[in-house]
Write a protein that binds this ligand. Sequence first.
Ligand SMILES: [Zn+2]
Length: 380
Amino acid sequence: MARKVGTFGHMRTALRNVRVFDGRQLLPPGTVVLDGDRIGADASGATMMVDGAGAVLLPGLIDAHLHIDGRSALERLVRFGVTTALDMANAPPEFVDSMRGIRGLTDIRSAGTAALAPGSIHSRIPEIGQRGVIRTAGDAQQFVTERFAEGSDFLKILIDLPGPSPDRATVDALVATAHRLGRLVVAHALSYEAAEMAQAAGVDALTHTPLDRPLDRTAADRMAAAGRMLIPTLVMMEALTAPSTPPEMLAEWAMPSANFDSARASVAAAYRAGVPVLAGTDANTAAESAGNFTFGDSLHRELELLVDAGLSTIDALRAATALPAEHFGLTDRGVVAPGRRADLVLIDGDPVHDIGSVGSISHVWCGGIEHTPVYLAKHH
Ligand SMILES: [Zn+2]
C-alpha cells in the first residue's frame, strides 16, 4: 500500500495543475512539490509528476477527537486522508507510545489517561477507568504531574455531570496545574452544567456539546472571549441520541431528555459567536462506549454535519486542517506551504461548493509516503 521510498536520497514529486485550499480560498491551478517528508519549493529534478487536472489539494485532515485502538486504526485513517489524530483519552502509556511517530502513518497526540470521578460512567472503561480516578482537589497536582511525566500531550477531564464527576474544586485544581505546566486542557461536557463548570475552571476546549440545553449566546460569548475551542463530535452526538439508542444507555451517558437539536444549536451558537469549532468524531471501538463508528470515514460525515449545523464549507475545511493545527500547537502542518509536513490530500471536486467532495480522494500522502485512498462515493 505504501510506496517504497529509495534509500538513496529522497523522492521529489511535483503535483502540477492543482488548485490549493490555502485555509481561506481555492487558489488558481499551480504546482506543489513534495520533497521527501516535507513540502518543497523547487520542482526541478522531480522524479514523479502528478497532473491534478484542476483537482483540489488540501492539507492532510486532522480528526480532533478519537480513541486509537491499534495500528490498524492508523492504517485506516490515512486512507481516508486523516494524517493527524488527537487521541482524547487512552491507556496504558506504553500502548500510546507504541502508536506514536510511525513513519508514513497518521501522527497522533494523546491525552493519555483522562481524569475522572470514582463511580462515573467513564470509570467502567478498562484501564483508563482505574488509572484516571481522582478523588479530591488535593490529588490534582500529583495526578497532572504524572500524566505529563508519562507522555500525555494535553490533559483531558471527564466532567460527567449530572452523574458522578470531579467536583468544581478538583476541576479548578487540575486546570490550574496543567496551565502552570504550559499544557492545554480539554473537558468532556455533555450537559449545560458540565460546560459551565468547565468554563469557570478556564479549560481550553470543550468537547461534545450539551445535550440537555444548548449553549446559549451568553455561554458562547464567554467561550469566544476566552479563545476557548469547541470540538462538538456531532457524529457521536447523533449516534448517542439516535432513536435506535436504548433509553437506558442515553440516560447513563447523558440524560433522558438528551437530543441532537441541542447539539446542532450549540454548534450554531458557538460558530456565530466566533468560537473556533474543530472537527472531531470520537471514533472508538470500546465495548463500553455509547457509540462506535469507524475511523476515517466518520470525519467526512462530521464535516457534513458541521455544515448542516451552520458552518460555511470553508470553515468546515478549516475545522479539520488549519484550526486544530493552530490551536494544538502543531506548527508544522494544517496548511499547504513549503517546509510543512508533506501531509496532503488530492480530491476530485470543489469542496467549497460541496463539502462531500472531500471524501472523493484520488491521492493521499502522509509524511511524504503515498497511500491508496478510499474513494467515498457521493451520496447526493
Ligand atoms: Zn472521546
